[in-house]
Design a protein around this ligand. Structure first.
Ligand code: GDP
Length: 196
């Protein structure tokens, strides 16, 4: 894997970096394993901070890959039960504006925990992505945390969801940051998006 580099963070759309390269955004509920996946994907243990307090990161974090025109955008986790209604509405407003308005955003990777059923907040985000017409690909995380039978069931559910949404990509990836499962497939998807 090529080295990745954190280059900027923002909480407001006025401070987005110029749209250069091909952007792929990572989204998912708080604690879904987004930081762990970013670290595993990059092969760098401390690229994204693995959160102690879920729901604390409220900004967009930008990472770029050396030697390919690819930018990963880490979106704030959503669905945190203790977040106030105002914070939840903020998330939707800011994220919708970013998702709809970003010209170089090619895909959203929407992470789904293998151990937890799909929540209404996940469905709301998929509907938002349909509305923003941003293609999204569902990625199951923590596949090491469930028995093979349960994983197969979860995968079938998630695949059915992807098919139901106009913006949903038919291929669902199954990953584990712990074991490295699915990481090569994920890297290949990103390389294909970056045109390499
Ligand atoms: P984030 O809030 O989405 O960034 O999630 P984190 O990456 O901080 O992970 C949340 C929790 O899930 C942490 O306790 C991680 O150790 C755990 N976790 C993350 N990825 C995996 C995985 O692949 N397997 C298992 N078993 N646990 C994981």
């Amino acid at each position: 894997a090529r080295p990745w580099d954190f280059f900027t963070a923002t909480q407001t759309l006025e401070h987005l970096p110029p749209p250069e390269g091909i952007e792929v955004a990572l989204a998912g509920r708080s604690n879904v394993g987004k930081s762990s996946l970013t670290n595993a994907l990059s092969g760098q243990k401390a690229l994204a901070r693995v959160s102690v307090t879920p729901g604390r990161t409220k900004q967009l974090n930008f990472f770029r890959a050396e030697g390919q025109p690819l930018v990963l955008v880490d979106m704030p986790g959503y669905g945190y039960a203790k977040a106030s209604k105002l914070v939840k509405e903020d998330w939707q407003g800011l994220m919708f504006d970013y998702l709809r308005g970003r010209p170089n955003l090619r895909r959203v990777l929407l992470l789904m925990d293998a151990r937890i059923e799909t929540k209404s907040s996940d469905r709301a985000v998929m509907t938002l992505l349909d509305k923003a017409a941003v293609p999204f690909q569902l990625v199951i995380t923590k596949s090491d945390g469930v028995k093979p039978n349960d994983l197969a069931k979860r995968l079938a559910d998630v695949q059915a969801l992807a098919r139901k949404h106009p913006a949903g990509h038919p291929l669902v990836l199954v990953t584990s940051a712990e074991t490295g499962a699915g990481m090569e497939e994920l890297r290949a998807e990103l390389a294909a998006l970056a045109g390499q």
